[in-house]
Design a protein around this ligand. Sequence first.
Ligand SMILES: Nc1nc2c(ncn2[C@@H]2O[C@H](COP(=O)(O)OP(=O)(O)OP(=O)(O)O)[C@@H](O)[C@H]2O)c(=O)[nH]1
Ligand SMILES: [Mg+2]
Length: 426
Amino acid sequence: MMNNDKGETVLTIRAKNIEEARAQLWNEYGNDYSIISKRSIPQTGLWGLIRQKEIIEVSYIVKNRNSAVPPQADRLFAPSVDETGIAKNDDFLRNRDEILKKNTGSVENAIVSTQISNLSKQIEELAERVKSGTAVAGSDIHPSIQRIQELLGDNEFTFGYIQEITEKLKKTFPWDDLEDFSKVQRAVVDWIGESISIAPEKVHRKPHVVILVGPTGVGKTTTLVKLATMFMRAAKKNNKTLNFCFITTDTMRVGAMEQLSRFGEVIGKNVLKAQTNEDVQKLYEEYKDYSDAIFIDTGGYGPNDAQHLADMKTMLSVQGMNPDVYLTVTASTKARDLNTIMQNYEPFGYQSVIITKCDESEQYGNVISVLHERHKSISYITNGQKITQTIAKADVVEFLKRLEGFAIDRVHIEDKFNKDDILGEQ
Ligand SMILES: Nc1nc2c(ncn2[C@@H]2O[C@H](COP(=O)(O)OP(=O)(O)OP(=O)(O)O)[C@@H](O)[C@H]2O)c(=O)[nH]1
Ligand SMILES: [Mg+2]
């Protein structure tokens, strides 16, 4: 308890959300309180194992502290409201006198009084919403939240993600503040940005072994070559030469070796072939001492092809190799399939995800939602079939700019998310 600069006593209460805090204050003081501020307090569950929840702490002052009528009794006489939401004061005063005569001080009266006061509070709120035209038949969702839900749906965000944003809006914005749609929208764009995790740049010990895994036809081979090209350019920029080789373990598919070899020819590199774990091991031992990087291409299997996935994992397990494994998926993959793929490739210990074929997709909500739900980061995105200039480091701002239907304040998001250069455009 403390005093504010007007000498009024400032009190605090804690609650799950602002609505609950208001309900508590209403029960205690009727209308005779003013909320001054609120703040969120993180709560950690059992030994920090359970997901963090937040509660809020509300600071408030009590008005009319010396009022002759105690708050509970006073609320018995909340004015009745007609269909326009306007209080009928004569009826209200008559009822108040009659009830006062009949009811004095029993527990039952207190309970009834609380119930009546809660009801009158609800009526007041409803009348307020009818007046302002914001009441929604059969739902307690503000139109701004509904609009946000529609926009998120249009961008293919998952139901779970939309629910999360809805709860956050309800917690953060009091009903009246939801009227300001551009403010709401800006907050949602910020939250989407905050939910995108970009893989941090890492410094690797030589040789930097890069392995791409992922379903059939997602663009693993093409992306591996794009990565090699990008690393080569970065080295060249620093007046260095990148010593590297390609290894393909994709020996089953007709033409797989030729495909990579063709790319290899273009950039002047041989492609080495590995059919077994011993082959990978041998090639690694042979090349590790004088390679800056080793790029390993893998065959594509369906995410439910457990046997092939297990064989591939065995083939790639080489002591001391410590590879940088990326899961490669296309931007247009449905959220549910993405979830299955990410789950089934988990044994490869991929550090982050490469999103391919972004040029073929308009919406990214599916990818953003699933990666957020599975706590995975994005490292690169690819944007076309051309080997050069169609790979970029993943960038929050680029994802936000592609959100459909949202008004995007570019200066704000660039300031907030600190846009990096797109490597592919250099
Ligand atoms: N539009 C578009 N096409 C791409 C992109 N990346 C790759 N592709 C194309 O996707 C097709 C498959 O690419 P690959 O690199 O062979 O895919 P993969 O994952 O190695 O395929 P498998 O080895 O058979 O599993 C090719 O036609 C590529 O040109 C991209 O970013 N955008
Ligand atoms: Mg391939």
